[in-house]
Design a protein. Sequence first.
Length: 205
Amino acid sequence: MLDTLAAAAAFVRGLVARLAAVMGYLAGWGFIFTAGFITFDVIARRFFGFSSQSTTEVTGYALAFGISWALGHALVARAHVRIDIIIDRLPARARYPLHILSLAALAVFIGFIAFGAYGLLDESLLFGATDISLLRTPLWIPQGLWAFGIAVFLLLILAMLVEGLLLLLAGRGAEVEAQLHARTYDEEAADALDAVGVKARLKAP
């Protein structure tokens, strides 16, 4: 029964993770656009005597929604910073529930942020708030993109939390650790080498 429920939870988590992956890549392209737009504006001001006059506004929005949209994919890729000095020294039976506890704490924290994000979005919609800038951008647009990223991140955390609890109850704690443990030095090195096209054979200590 627990294995069946865990499989269903894994399916849901996989769907949300795929959405988070797409959002993560879009966030990356948003950062590239931000860098390109800033570069264009600097060159245009220096050599051609004109400016978009909206660099700060547009790039600020791109960075804000890009960060929130990348959070979910970073969680799946285990790219968030974690302090693992103590947990690595604990026995497996102690590590597995602590991984779940850390995910639950993250869910509570992001839950508060999501609540505040949607409160802010609702207020902007209610008053028709706009940015005090040349573009007069309706604030619900960038705030909505930002809040959507937070919501998907929270949904992914909850899906992983349910799956992790079911796996732990089914005695499959090693699978929980594989999903949630901080990346090892070997994994980081292998990814770096792979990024530059170098095949590496790294052995765990």
